[in-house]
Ligand binder design. Structure first.
Ligand code: UGA
Length: 439
């Protein structure tokens, strides 16, 4: 099989590389010449564990190609994935101009039957727009070429994307013809060896599945954050409650960890977009609106604890932050809770010294020199009045607390991810604050 993947962002790059890994001939296309040149030399625009080696390996094997020439790549293709960005507009709805421009480009160049698949997260109804765009482009050329559109949402997690792609829980594909179903089944066959299903459905349902999945997960998190906050007030321990409810298989143990709010490029954007789509169609998504407002408030919880601890006056205090990215194993700073916390600390007249194993270069784009970037996690805590654990990177889980205590001015830790044991921290002489746990 021969496929094209248009858009070498996070989704496109992982998708293209993983298809090449199982032996399929893949061309990844982007309009950004520099990005393509870099990729040909093994330089990636994103950080994702294991991806760099996989790209190099498949480029060397001659299965993975990078190009700016959509017209060439699309010729004789069995499947073309559209994986370009859908940036949120001012009002939160996804902007489809890039998706539709690619559809047009494909229509202007395709020369035989192919399945055109939307892979980017797109609102319900987008595949139908893609089909119209293709029909128009073919009409202008005055040619008649058969094609199908399909919707194939992705469920990759940043930091675990390769594993998620190679060993998926499920693959969801929206199609409107048996021919397209056959092509997509053949394409995904190498990934279904673990017995997990490929689920075919109509196109709007596949498009909706993506939003429903992310919204359900965001709801779990906001729900647990609400419960954690209430646990603190009522003298309960959310770790116990979490175990208590998680052992009910209907609830499950995953994704019920409270913290300082969900971030990243997906949950915030998709929750907003679904609320918007519903409103445009006369429906009020009440649960999701609450999910969003709980999350906004949760991003401020750690800051509020810091201020309370210091009696409301933070002027001149030096705060150390461990972690900047919205979660571990990524350098993604989009909608990261750290940004809200830092903004609030700076507004109160604090200085901030932060350390993140990967995200500091990315953080600099937004935060510039408003904070100090430490050379390691111990450097960050020198003379600090308090330490805030913002992202649960593995290296923060078991630090040498004797060294930390010696370096800090005040032995106070605010743990936004509940990664330490309250009793151990107290034995080590720290004042310890976390989320939803009696301390
Ligand atoms: C999410 C989904 O998990 C993927 O299935 C989906 O494909 C992806 O969005 C997407 O739409 O592209 P991702 O944003 O990479 O993936 O990150 P997650 O690992 O899901 O974490 C999201 C946020 O939830 C993080 O801020 C994390 O700290 C927070 N979280 C997660 C919690 O606060 N508690 C939990 O128990 C789990």
């Amino acid at each position: 099989m021969k496929i094209a993947v248009v858009g070498t962002g996070y989704v496109g790059l992982v998708t293209g590389t993983c298809f090449a890994e199982v032996g399929i001939d893949v061309t990844c296309i982007d309009i950004d010449q520099k990005k393509i040149d870099n990729l040909r030399h093994g330089i990636l625009p994103i950080y994702e564990p294991g991806l760099e080696e996989m790209v190099s390996r498949n480029v060397e094997a001659g299965r993975l190609h990078f190009s700016t020439n959509l017209g060439e790549a699309i010729k004789d293709c069995d499947v073309a994935f559209i994986a370009v960005g859908t940036p949120p507009g001012e009002d939160g709805s996804a902007d489809l101009k890039y998706v539709l421009a690619v559809a047009r480009g494909i229509g202007e160049n395709m020369n035989s039957y192919g399945v055109i698949v939307t892979k980017s997260t797109v609102p319900v109804g987008t595949a139908a727009k893609v089909r119209r765009e293709l029909e128009q482009a073919l009409g202008k050329r005055g040619v008649q070429i058969d094609f199908d559109v399909a919707s194939n949402p992705e469920f990759l997690k940043e930091g675990a994307a390769i594993d998620d792609f190679l060993k998926p829980d499920r693959i969801v594909v929206g199609v409107s013809s048996e021919r397209a179903e056959e092509v997509m089944r053949k394409l995904y066959k190498p990934f279904l060896l673990n017995g997990h299903p490929i689920i075919f459905m109509d196109i709007p349902s596949a498009e909706m599945t993506k939003y429903a999945a992310n919204s359900m997960l965001a709801t779990k998190i906001s729900f647990m954050n609400d419960i954690a906050n209430l646990c603190e007030i009522m003298g309960a321990d959310v770790n116990m409650v979490r175990k208590g409810i998680g052992s009910d298989a209907r609830i499950g143990t995953k994704f019920i960890y409270p913290g300082i709010g969900y971030g990243g490029s997906c949950f915030p954007k998709d929750v907003k977009a679904l609320i918007k789509t519903a409103a445009e169609n006369g429906y009020d998504m009440q649960v999701l609106k609450a999910v969003e407002s709980v999350n906004d408030a949760q991003k401020e919880v750690l800051f509020n604890k810091v201020r309370k601890h210091f009696g409301g006056d933070l002027k001149g205090k030096k705060l150390a932050l461990w972690g900047l990215s919205f979660k571990p194993k990524t350098d993604d700073m989009r909608e990261a809770p750290s940004l809200v916390i830092i903004e609030k600390l700076l507004a109160e007249g604090c200085t901030v010294s932060a350390y993140d194993p990967v995200a500091m270069p990315e953080a600099r784009h937004t935060l510039h020199d408003t904070i100090t970037y430490a050379k390691d996690q111990y450097d960050a805590v020198i003379d600090a009045d308090a330490l805030l654990v913002v992202t649960e990177w593995p290296e923060f889980r078991a630090p040498n607390f004797e060294v930390v205590a010696r370096l800090m001015k005040n032995k106070v830790v605010f743990d936004g991810r509940n990664i330490y044991e309250a009793t151990e921290m107290e034995q080590a002489g720290f004042a310890y604050h976390c989320i939803g746990i009696r301390t």
